[in-house]
Design a protein around this ligand. Structure first.
Ligand code: GLY
Length: 290
């Protein structure tokens, strides 16, 4: 199943064939793709029916299953069609994470790490102390990490469900990350890997544009390395990189608004000079010759 019209049509057609009425409840058992697709089917079948998220990847448990963003991709871009539709419940079973491939698990950790810089310095420090346990998939450590990530996300979404303001901080690292995913070709990097690299670039830009203490950059890099996430992006032509970020649907009227962190635990949405963004990209990318 992919986040595309044909999959959506198949789900809606099946519901109609089964004679499902407005009392039907859909269960999204799977990763973020299944959650977004099932959620969107629930949002539009008979003008909206209930659904429950049962996320089976770390990334889905700490991010995509919570908050009600549902939708599909178009050939022109990711998540261009969708709806805000909240699940009745999110049921995250940590035992299913034991079978996730290592690379996917690490990609999920990127979205866990994200919450520290933008919202919770104590959680960031906890992650530094507990990264070895998380990499060993220790149940107690995972319980704390998943619960705290969901608490932060739920609080942000409760304050701004439709992303008129503060919810955008959850996109920390995503402006750079989405450009990397699109520029390198979808599939070259997992979403979480692109977000990891994007967080480094956004932190670098925060140091250069807002005077953030550069120690945080080192702490973040070391945490990402311990989570076996990439810390140097493959080369992408700088002008193309900027162009892709301008095309990101979070760019307002051609200017790129980055999620930056003036101090650890706080985030803001801000425009920055292209020259500084290019320096931030170059600092965490391979040079053209590599
Ligand atoms: N993944 C960001 C959000 O749900 O807003």
């Amino acid at each position: 199943m992919a986040k595309e019209w044909s999959s959506l049509q198949a789900i809606l057609g099946k519901l109609a064939d089964l004679g499902a009425d407005r009392d039907v409840v859909l269960f999204a058992l799977g990763g973020g793709v299944i959650g977004d697709l099932t959620g969107f089917a629930a949002a539009i079948y008979m003008r909206g029916v209930c659904f429950v998220q049962v996320p089976t990847t770390l990334l889905a448990q700490v991010d995509s299953s919570v908050g009600g963003k549902t939708g599909i991709n178009l050939p022109q871009g990711k998540n261009l069609v969708g709806a805000f539709h909240q699940p009745q419940a999110v049921w995250a079973d940590l035992d299913v994470l034991g079978t996730l491939p290592a690379r996917e698990y690490s990609a999920g950790l990127a979205e866990v790490i994200k919450y520290g810089p933008v919202a919770d310095p104590a959680f960031f420090a906890w992650l530094e102390r507990n990264m070895d346990a998380l990499m060993a998939r220790d149940h107690t450590a995972l319980m704390t990490a998943v619960r705290r990530a969901c608490e932060i996300k739920a609080a942000v979404v409760a304050a701004d469900e439709r992303e008129g303001g503060v919810r955008a901080i959850l996109n920390f690292g995503h402006t750079f990350g989405h450009a990397l995913e699109a520029g390198l070709g979808y599939g070259a990097l997992l979403h979480g890997e692109a977000v990891a690299l994007g967080m480094l670039m956004a932190t670098e830009l925060s140091v250069r544009a807002l005077g953030l203490d550069s120690q945080l950059l080192q702490r973040l890099k070391s945490l990402l390395e311990r989570a076996q996430l990439p810390v140097r992006a493959p080369y992408l032509d700088p002008e193309r990189f900027l162009q892709l970020m301008r095309g990101d649907k979070k760019a307002a009227a051609g200017s790129i608004r980055y999620v930056l962190i003036p101090v650890l635990g706080q985030a803001c949405l801000q425009v920055a000079p292209d020259a500084l963004a290019l320096e931030a990209i170059a600092s965490h990318s391979a040079s053209v010759t590599k």
